[in-house]
Each structure stands twice: as C-alpha cells, then as structure tokens.
Design a protein around this ligand. Structure first.
Ligand code: DAH
Length: 338
C-alpha cells in the first residue's frame, strides 16, 4: 500500500501537459469522486494501526501534490490561451473587402462632360501630354513672339517640346488626321508654370471641344453651350457670352453661366454679378483650319475649352483647388455616393 502511494506521488510529480483534456483526466483520476484518492482514503481503515500515521502523512502528501499540480497546470494553460487570443490576426487569411474607394471628383465631372457631349454625337479624342511647338502653338495661330510661349507659362522640355499648356493641341491633331464632319471632345491633363494657390495649380484638367462641318455658325456654338450648361448645372441655367480674344478663334468669347448658388440673384461666390465664368470659345480661325489641311472656304467650325477643376468647384461648391491634388480621404470619401 505504501509503495502504491509512493508510486502515485511520483506519477503526480512527473505529470506534464499542455492539453486541457489531459489535465481534466488527471483531475478525475486523482481528485474525482471515483478517483484513486478516495479509494485510498476508503482503504485507510484496513491499514494496521501502527502504520496509520505514516500512511496518513503519505496520503496527505499525495493529495496536496495533486492539488498543487492541477492548480499550477490550469493557470499555465489559461495564460497560454489568453496569449493565443492576443496574437496578431492571421495575415494569410483573405482580405475583407469592405473599404470601397470613391471616384475622384475630377473624374466624376470629366465623365459627366463626356456623357453630355456624347448624347449629341461627340466622340472622345486624346493627344500626348508632351507636345511639340507646332501642335501646342504654331498651328493654333500663336505668333512667334506671343507671350503665351514665355518661359513663365510653359514648362519647356527642349527647344521644340513642352508639356502641353492646353488641350487645344488635340484639336490640331484631330483635324490633321480626320476629314470633316468632325465632332469631338478631348479631355486631358495640362501643365502651366504657375504658383500653386487656392485658385491655380501647375497641373490641371481641361476638356477641349471641336465641331467642323459645312455651314457651322456662331448660333450653333451658342446653342451647344446652352445645352451643355443646362445639362451640367440645371435646366434653369442661363448663359452669357462676352467678347474675348484667343489666337485660334475669331470671333472669340468667354462664357458665363448664371450662378447656381444664388440662381443669378447675386452672392459671394459670383461676387454679386449673378454669373460665373466657365469656358472660352469661338469660331475656329481660318488660319488654323488651313494649318491643319482643311479648306476654310468650304468648312467652318467652332471650338471651346473648359477647365474641369473650375466646373467641379462650381458644381460641388469647393473653394480650394489644392484639395483635388492632396488625396485626403476625408475629402475624397464625400464623393462616394456621387
Ligand atoms: N485653350 C484655351 C485656354 O487654355 C481655352 C480655349 C479657349 C479653347 C477658346 C478653345 C477656344 O478651343 O476656342 O485657356
């Protein structure tokens, strides 16, 4: 009997586990109702009186050791499981795709402009951002010494190449490569050597429009722009044309739309004029048609150019152009449902 208890004590001392089920079996084997401990206590009465004291002490040692062992292993195991739950997420798991991005407001308005003009038959054309002198200036009737060629406005790459300063360069390419009738818009990035402020940036976006056919008149231009303004800013929008100058159009005009904030009554945004400038336009200068291989005695046409940033600022009442380039998600998120 004594030997049996001593063996059990050794078993308890040697017992090790990292498994909660094994620990539970240990508890049942030693401390359970039908466990060895109870059996031994029951058989205590059969032990001869002179050995009772020694046997009792042994039994007690076994009991205490088994309990200590159980408590120790139990706390180790629960510390381990806590550690497990504090572990970083499993990085090999597939990503939950619940962070949807939003389209950039400039892209939203560019797409809207393309949509509006495609409904009246305009195609979309594109040209290079690095442009040669001919397409950016000369073909568009810029005199050799015109101030727009000045280093201050233009990022020159070499003697003959620059970052395009406007998308009007694309109209030259389209006319060179296509026969009238031509109806196209050319959206794209343009570059000017400007100081960055709330109202100006050295990179911005324009959409150029070009319509060349027989008998195209200024009235067609006006009606096209009225259609555009009403589709973009609402059906009650009015437009106003002011005479202006561009080397590539004659006559030329700048176009204002009635202020969509105060409906033309006058407010801070329109500086109490009731109107906001949105684009430049005019009848394509015969020199430009000829430069691009189009017979100006047969064909005429109009062109217009607008800044996408400006239209977007008016449409969403954004007062600082720099927001478009900062990629601040707090700004961009606001266009998620647009
Ligand atoms: N290219 C002009 C600019 O960047 C905009 C412009 C004005 C385009 C009149 C045109 C136009 O086609 O006819 O300021």
């Amino acid at each position: 009997m004594k030997d049996q208890v001593e063996k059990l004590i050794l078993e308890v001392e040697d017992f090790k586990t990292t498994d909660t089920n094994e620990l539970e079996s240990f508890r049942i084997r030693f401390m359970g109702k039908k466990g060895v401990m109870n059996d031994l206590f029951k058989s205590f009465k059969d032990v001869p009186n002179d050995q009772k004291k020694e046997f009792g002490q042994l039994l007690n040692t076994l009991k205490v050791k088994a309990q200590e062992k159980h408590t120790k292993l139990k706390s180790e195991l629960s510390a381990n499981t806590n550690q497990n739950t504090n572990k970083p997420d499993d990085l090999t798991l597939p990503v939950l795709n619940d962070q949807l991005g939003a389209r950039h407001p400039i892209s939203l308005i560019r797409n809207q402009i393309i949509d509006i003009f495609s409904r009246i038959g305009y195609t979309v054309s594109e040209g290079p951002e690095i442009e040669d002198d001919w397409h950016n200036f000369t073909a568009l009737n810029f005199p050799e010494e015109h101030p727009a060629r000045d280093m201050q406005d233009t990022f020159f790459i070499d003697e003959k190449h620059a970052l395009r300063t406007h998308t009007s360069s694309v109209q030259v390419r389209v006319m060179e490569n296509n026969k009238p009738p031509i109806r196209t818009i050319s959206p794209g990035r343009v570059f000017r050597n400007e100081a960055i402020s709330a109202r100006a940036h050295c990179i911005f976006h324009q959409v150029e429009g070009l319509y060349i056919d027989k008998d195209v008149s200024f009235a067609d231009l006006k009606q096209t722009l009225l259609y555009f303004a009403r589709e973009m800013f609402g059906e009650k929008t009015e437009i106003r044309l002011r005479p202006s100058y561009f080397p590539f159009t004659e006559p030329s005009a700048e176009v204002d739309v009635s202020c969509n904030i105060c409906s033309g009554k006058g407010c801070n945004v329109c500086k109490h004029t009731g109107f906001l400038e949105i684009l430049g336009c005019g009848m394509v200068d015969p020199n430009v048609l000829e430069n691009c291989g189009i017979d100006s005695s047969v064909y005429s046409g109009f062109a217009f150019g607008m800044g996408i940033e400006r239209i977007t600022m008016l449409k969403y009442q954004i007062n600082d152009l720099r927001l478009f380039f900062e990629n601040d998600v707090r700004f961009l998120k606001q266009f998620q449902s647009a």
